[in-house]
Design a protein around this ligand. Structure first.
Ligand code: AMP
Length: 182
């Protein structure tokens, strides 16, 4: 399975509906489409996941959703996706999302987003892929985690090589710029 144009996998929240987060997701979707990049997402229609998929399509971009069958009702499967891939398991979802994508963006999210982010980031650090990993730290959302990771680095628990691989930006536009210049 492959995607014709370059594709970016975006991890983001499936819960909050605060305007600033929905707007960020929409801005990322628009920026991806404007850059000729397809969106690979978790295939849900709610919260930031829905917002980014709708905005990508509205700007003329292609959306590929990957959703485990057991979450189709809970996350309200995005039946408008240009391609909706239904997997048997969460592990299969994550594998496909990673495989189909040429880079990753993590937006604010909860434990699902964090799990996906850490798997992708550590995978790159361990040499399982060499795709760029970008985090959008809107309004310092991830500051506490980044501070903790930096502290772990000074204490020898996290390598500086791993932290150097992580590209932290503040805006949707910067996230897409970072991905297109690599
Ligand atoms: P959350 O950040 O918790 O709102 O979840 C965002 C997305 O991550 C949702 O589509 C969840 O289904 C997904 N998710 C939750 N747990 C996991 C997991 N263990 N691995 C991958 N994705 C997950």
């Amino acid at each position: 399975m492959s995607v014709d144009e370059p594709a970016i996998c975006v991890y983001c929240a499936s819960g909050p509906v605060d305007e600033q987060y929905l707007q960020l997701a929409a801005d990322v979707g628009t920026a991806l489409a404007d850059a000729g990049l397809a969106l690979v997402s978790g295939g849900g229609k709610i919260s930031m996941m829905g917002s980014i998929a709708r905005a990508t399509r509205a700007a003329g971009g292609r959306t590929i959703g990957v959703i485990p069958e057991h979450l189709m009702a809970k996350e309200v499967a995005d039946l408008d996706a240009d391609e909706l891939i239904v997997t048997d398991t969460m592990r299969e979802r994550k594998r496909l999302m990673e495989e189909l994508s040429d880079g990753f963006i993590t937006l604010p999210g909860g434990i699902g987003t964090l799990e996906e982010f850490f798997e992708t980031w550590t995978g790159g650090y361990l040499g399982e892929h060499d795709k760029p990993v970008v985090m959008v730290n809107l309004g310092g959302f991830y500051d506490p985690m980044l501070a903790w990771l930096n502290d772990l680095q000074t204490r020898g628990f996290v390598s500086s090589h791993a932290l150097d691989r992580l590209i932290v930006v503040e805006t949707a536009a910067d996230a897409v710029t970072e991905l297109t210049r690599r």
